[in-house]
Write a protein that binds this ligand. Sequence first.
Ligand code: SF4
Length: 271
Amino acid sequence: MSEKISELPAFLKNTYILIGGWKENSLVDVLESVSFTLWTSRCNFKCPWCGNSKLARGLGERKVPIADIIRALERNLGFIDYFHVTGGEPTLQHEPLEAMFRYIAENLAVKNSLDTNGSNPHIVKRLAKYLDHVAVDVKAPLSQPDKYSRIVGLPLGATVEAIAKIRNCILFLCKKVPFLELRTTMVPEMLGIEDVVEIAKELRKLVENAEARVAFVVQQFIPYENILDPDFKSRPRTDPEMVKKAAEKVLEILQIDVYYRTLEDGVKKLH
Ligand code: SF4
């Protein structure tokens, strides 16, 4: 154990978090950056196409002291740009999350990053002062609760509430973090190019006075092994040309950085 590691304060050793695991060097979780990525367990959404559904349901989760995560992070400080937390939905465990982000912001030379479905803006507001980058999923047009409800697997009433919170979250983050990334996944038979265009039009109003750097990423659906609804396992991944075309249309609407992410091309920025 290094001298630095033995200096960790007691609150880190006595605070635990439920996780699926972590990856010490990831090239795919934060745009154009290397991250130490932590996957927290459990989610309040039930997206039928979720590729992390075991994690989202808490299956195979481990309860670990956050000191163990900080120790692993410290060993990688020279190789990474961000400490990135994704899930599941990280904001469901706000106390250990805040303790980690706060300790890192105050003590370590690495930036903090959060990936969220946007449904807990009150938690995001508490964390914002420690965050350098936040990715928010916009899973369907915000003006179409029926569609959003099908895509996130929640009843309509809960979805209407969630959408109001997601809007609130985006509006807040536009002003309060250096870098906001908005992400939409093109799920086959659920979300097509016209939906991505609709999302971009809706976002135009939300981000027009942003002080943050704002980027939009159109993502390909990939039928991973752990998908929640078996019906989605047999669906092909989204046509990469369609993903690119959707991103090109977004670029015509939003005056921000636009990217697309596919297995075939990796992450590409449009110019
Ligand atoms: S895809 Fe949906 S269910 Fe899966 S982790 Fe993200 S928000 Fe939760």
